[in-house]
Design a protein around this ligand. Structure first.
Ligand SMILES: Cc1cc2nc3c(=O)[nH]c(=O)nc-3n(C[C@H](O)[C@H](O)[C@H](O)COP(=O)(O)OP(=O)(O)OC[C@H]3O[C@@H](n4cnc5c(N)ncnc54)[C@H](O)[C@@H]3O)c2cc1C
Ligand SMILES: *[C@@H]1O[C@H](CO)[C@@H](O)[C@H](O)[C@H]1NC(C)=O
Ligand SMILES: *[C@@H]1O[C@H](CO)[C@@H](O)[C@H](O)[C@H]1NC(C)=O
Length: 505
């Protein structure tokens, strides 16, 4: 009978899901756990950079729903990584559905600042529509094919009813502002257009209470702290895995062989795969031998995985209000409520309609959000081209032809060969079944000694916290628990659950 000390476990990927799985397994007494990571660092889509003296999060920036139920919030608090304000009971109690009540400024493409009070009805209408998607998750047959269809048609309808007493210019401006918000929404779902998002699928996502907060010292501080809990040599860096050979049926051979890109072959009893869905979509055919079963593969194809990028822009001095937290750029020819541009090469920059003001930055830094094919195109530009376009954008909206960004930094998640995009979304036709298929271990039915050869964790395997850090973290723990329970069920007398053996910190 296997003893935990002998069990060989390989984890593919050193993002938050892989690290969380390793922590749990090591603490439960498994001594042969290793992580193979393609790149030279841990953290994956948690990655902190600097722009001048300011923190710039290349990947995740917010703890979504920082409150008691959120395990990420718990860890961040334990490690002392949060501002006291972020951890306050008032902040934890705020139920805002991940839509922080940020103080907005609006600028128009005619080069004028718009009166925030006058634009407020657009924000109100938009938030109301988002709230109204929630009950639609329970209807049997939705009259709208997608979240985008719902938002656009309802926005037009309600706007016509309630804004009819306003003058036509104001009405049109409000509709244009709704376009800016819809483009911003594409970033939250990492999608090209909200018309790609399944309305019922959208409602699978659960938000937690709490006012979204950031890590003042950078998100990567969390990863650094977690790594200190693990033996120093547990992660092998620059070790891409090429193929997972499973279902080895010869006796006295481990069930799985992991083949690295450098040719090394590592025998394992269990492998936890945490590679991003974007990578899996591209590489599944060479990554598994035998191939993934058809129903799992079908879900890999069906679930969406898209791009959301950020463009950090630093200015000599702010041209927005003191206390402003978000800037909407309102194009005055977008009253039809649009979230995609017609000519990507020429006008991709229109997609970048919302800028958040970085808190605690000693410079004056904005973070522009851009999603979809426009974001993918942005990645291909040279620094010069990007600077030229971004400078033009701010000159247009401020009406100040001398305004010049001091520094610019962009993310390029679509071109990242180990991620191939940003995070997953419920594409049209997706259901809870697809996320279930994603997390189902291989083989799907087998005798116990052959069970749990390949397990799956990562952001895109969580049934309702997909696309988040806390979701990814929970999936790593879930798969570790699956193995812990497996061994507890038939060798609990030999190996006490609480054994902590190789903690070397
Ligand atoms: C721009 C952006 C903004 C975001 N903002 C937020 C936010 O504010 N809040 C939030 O909660 N979430 C946010 N997210 C999502 C969050 O970052 C992810 O959901 C989470 O970090 C994913 O963790 P993971 O372990 O599933 O995957 P990853 O962190 O991607 O880890 C997977 C690892 O596998 C490695 N790998 C890939 N292929 C191989 C291979 N063949 N062999 C070996 N290793 C391989 C990769 O290099 C990577 O290190 C954001 C993501 C992006 C991109
Ligand atoms: C993943 O797929 C891409 C595109 O097919 C290919 O170029 C790359 O070599 C694959 N990666 C690995 C590690 O096999
Ligand atoms: C696993 O191996 C067994 C025995 O050789 C075989 O019958 C079965 O079809 C294999 N499963 C897969 C998914 O290839």
């Amino acid at each position: 009978m296997a003893v935990r000390g002998d069990v060989q476990i390989v984890i593919i990927g050193s993002g938050i899901s892989g690290i969380s799985a390793a922590c749990k397994l090591v603490n439960a007494g498994f001594q042969n756990v290793r992580i193979l990571e393609a790149t030279s660092r841990s953290g994956g889509r948690i990655k902190t950079a600097k722009l001048g003296n300011n923190i710039a999060e290349i990947g995740a920036s917010y703890i979504h729903g920082p409150s008691e139920e959120n395990p990420l919030f718990g860890l961040a608090q334990d490690y002392g990584l949060l501002d006291p304000e972020a951890a306050s009971p008032e902040n934890q109690a705020m139920d805002i559905d991940e839509r922080p009540p940020w103080v907005p400024n609006f600028f128009s493409s005619s080069g004028q600042r718009l009166n925030a009070e006058e634009m407020n009805p657009a924000l109100e209408l938009y938030n109301e529509l988002m709230d109204d998607t929630v009950p639609l998750g329970n209807v049997k047959e939705s009259p709208w094919p997608s979240v985008g269809h719902f938002l656009r048609s309802e926005a037009r309808k309600r706007a016509a009813e309630r804004w009819r007493d306003k003058d036509i210019t104001t009405q049109e401006q409000l509709l244009c502002a709704v376009s800016a918000m819809l483009k911003g929404e594409c970033c939250a779902s990492a999608t090209h257009t909200m018309e790609n998002i399944d309305l019922m699928g959208f409602c699978m996502y659960k938000s937690l209470p709490g006012l979204d907060c950031t890590f003042p010292g950078g998100f990567e501080g969390l990863v650094k702290n977690l790594m200190l809990e693990l033996p120093a040599d547990l992660v092998s860096y620059n070790r891409p895995v090429r193929c997972v050979h499973w279902n080895n049926t010869q006796s006295r051979v481990k069930a799985v062989t992991v083949e690295c890109d450098d040719g090394e072959r590592i025998a394992a009893d269990h492998v936890i795969v945490t590679v991003p869905l974007g990578y899996l979509k591209k590489n599944h055919s060479t990554m598994f031998s035998p191939p993934l079963p058809a129903h799992k593969l079908n879900s890999v194809h069906k679930l969406g995985f898209g791009t959301c990028n950020k463009v950090f822009v630093e200015f000599e001095s702010p041209w927005w209000d003191d206390g402003c937290e978000i800037i909407y750029l309102v194009w005055n020819d977008e009253k039809d409520i649009v979230d995609q541009v017609s000519d990507i090469k020429k006008s991709w920059i229109r997609k970048m309609s919302t800028f958040t003001v970085l808190k605690g930055s000693d410079g004056h830094v904005l973070c522009g959000w851009i999603a979809g094919h426009e974001a993918e195109h942005m990645e291909t530009l040279t620094e010069q081209q990007l600077k030229h376009s971004v400078t033009g954008l701010f000159r247009t909206f401020t009406g100040d032809s001398s305004i010049t960004p001091k520094r610019i930094l962009r993310t390029q998640w679509f071109s990242d060969p180990w991620t191939c995009g940003s995070y997953c979304y419920p594409a049209i036709g997706c259901s809870a079944k697809d996320l279930e298929n994603m997390m189902e271990p291989l083989p799907t039915s087998e005798s116990q000694s052959q069970a749990l050869q390949v397990l799956f964790a990562g952001e895109a395997t969580h049934p309702f916290f997909y696309s988040t850090v806390h979701g990814a973290l929970l999936t790593g723990r879930r798969e570790a628990d699956r193995l812990i329970n497996h061994y507890s069920s038939f060798s609990s007398r030999r190996q006490p659950y609480s054994e902590r053996t190789n903690k070397r910190t």
